[in-house]
Design a protein around this ligand. Structure first.
Ligand code: HAM
Length: 430
């Protein structure tokens, strides 16, 4: 009896061509922008001790209460697949003592994250983020720098319908007074027991409740910006002044609390209006208290992460064409075994010269091989038959016009480079 065909787990998906290049383009866009600002690449493990996220992300968050992939390892450790990257980066930085070196530390990362969420369009159980963290300074220039980086990344990907939501969440100097006012207000509302419990652990979480009946009751809730201390207001004002100087626009969002508990002062989200409910394509903020909640010294920090999957959905919604995966510039069409060997040598030489090149395999006849050349996206074909071999030359064919010229074997690389240069002036080798 045949086995049932296996499928990927719910909430996950495979990245299949031609989307591959688009994903790489998103990661590359982030890499390019953060490198411009002096961020260095870091990797941390895909799983951590569960306590890292309980202490770092916060015990009242959905992420910790409902969404963690936690397991007891064979060795007896309580481990969790990382639901986000910031707690891990801070753990790594503290563990390696990097906070004792020159500050701020500017780090970026890229990888898979795991949350046991109810899957829907744009919300997956396995997803991909590229993030950046500036650790060891509370200078508002870093908050602004990271936000501008985000704006520039989305712009470089061709997205124009991205909005920036901005808020300041205060810190231990002003949040207690706000918290008290909010608790007093929430006590007057008609909330279910689970929401009351949430309000007891972290009343700010209630502001983030997505249910319309809860939101309706929150219309008159006190908001954090009304409670900001003078120092935190000044910090927020400076962030906004720097954003204005950089030509960045935003929407003041006094109810934006974000889904993770470590945020203090600046909080922001990038939303795209073509995505429906899961509109956040990136988000972050300052987290000056995270290091101490992980048992380290007081280390101010700020960061954000771009959601790769949702950014791709946004690109699709705006019809921003991703690059074709696997496209080449030149396709070699050998007719016969001897020609196949020559074609192989030419393709290797072309690739070494930085030209994207491929060749027909499996001893295909001219018809099948030309079809493969068409499919490859190549603008040039190298057709090599018996007579060409005798003459020590190949036919260089321009795919769009069908024009063909004979080229001596030893000139192929130079002539191909020249033809590609003519077709796309300013072209650089890959
Ligand atoms: P976050 O807002 O939870 O922040 O996630 C950042 C982005 O990851 C979201 O805006 C979204 O695009 C994407 N994302 C989150 N969950 C999912 C999911 N289930 N499916 C698809 N995409 C998802 C953080 O994770 C913080 N660590 C960001 C940060 C860095 N804050 C400071 N530094």
């Amino acid at each position: 009896m045949s086995q049932p065909t296996l499928r990927a787990p719910k909430g996950t998906f495979d990245l299949l061509p031609p989307q591959g290049e688009a994903v790489l383009a998103v990661r590359e866009a982030m890499a390019q922008q953060v490198r411009l600002a002096g961020y260095a690449y870091i990797e941390t493990p895909a799983f951590e001790h569960t306590s890292l996220f309980v202490r770092g992300v916060g015990s009242s968050t959905d992420v910790v209460t409902k969404e963690m992939y936690s397991f007891h390892s064979k060795g007896g450790d309580d481990l969790t697949l990382r639901p986000e990257g910031t707690a891990s980066v801070m753990r790594a930085v503290l563990e390696a003592g990097l906070v004792n070196g020159p500050l701020p530390l500017k780090l970026w990362y890229s990888g898979s994250f795991y949350r046991y969420e109810r899957p829907q369009a744009g919300r997956y159980r396995h997803f991909s983020q590229v993030g950046a963290e500036a650790i060891g300074s509370d200078d508002p220039a870093l908050d602004a720098e990271l936000i501008v980086t985000g704006i520039d990344i989305y712009r470089s990907l061709g997205l124009s319908r991205v909005r920036l939501l901005l808020n300041s969440l205060g810190d231990e100097s002003d949040r207690p007074a706000y918290r008290a006012a909010l608790v007093e207000f929430l006590d007057t509302l008609d909330l279910d027991e689970a929401t009351r419990e949430r309000a007891r652990i972290n009343p700010l979480r209630v502001l983030d409740d997505k249910r319309a009946e809860v939101q309706a009751q929150l219309a008159k809730a006190p908001l954090m910006p009304q409670f900001l201390s003078a120092a935190n207001r000044e910090h927020y004002d400076t962030v906004r002044a720097l954003l204005t100087d950089a030509g960045v626009e935003w929407d003041e969002s006094p109810r934006l609390v974000r889904g993770l508990d470590y945020y203090t002062r600046t909080a922001f989200e990038f939303v795209h209006d073509g995505l429906g409910a899961q509109s956040a394509i990136g988000g972050g903020g300052r987290y000056d208290g995270l290091a101490t909640s992980l048992g380290g010294p007081s280390v101010p920090a700020v960061g954000w992460a771009l959601g790769v999957d949702r950014t791709l959905l946004a690109m699709r919604a705006e019809g921003v064409a991703p690059l074709e995966s696997g496209a080449v510039d030149v396709f070699a069409v050998p007719i016969g075994e001897a020609a196949a060997r020559v074609a192989f040598g030419l393709v290797v030489a072309l690739r070494r010269a930085g030209v994207r090149a491929d060749l027909a395999v499996d001893g295909r006849g001219i018809k099948g091989a030309m079809k493969a050349a068409d499919r490859s996206g190549a603008s040039l074909a190298l057709v090599i038959g018996d007579r060409d071999l005798e003459q020590h030359e190949v036919q260089l064919k321009t795919m769009s016009t069908g024009d063909q010229v004979s080229v001596p074997l030893e000139h192929v690389v130079d002539d191909v480079l020249a033809a590609l240069q003519r077709a796309t002036p300013g072209r650089k080798a890959q």
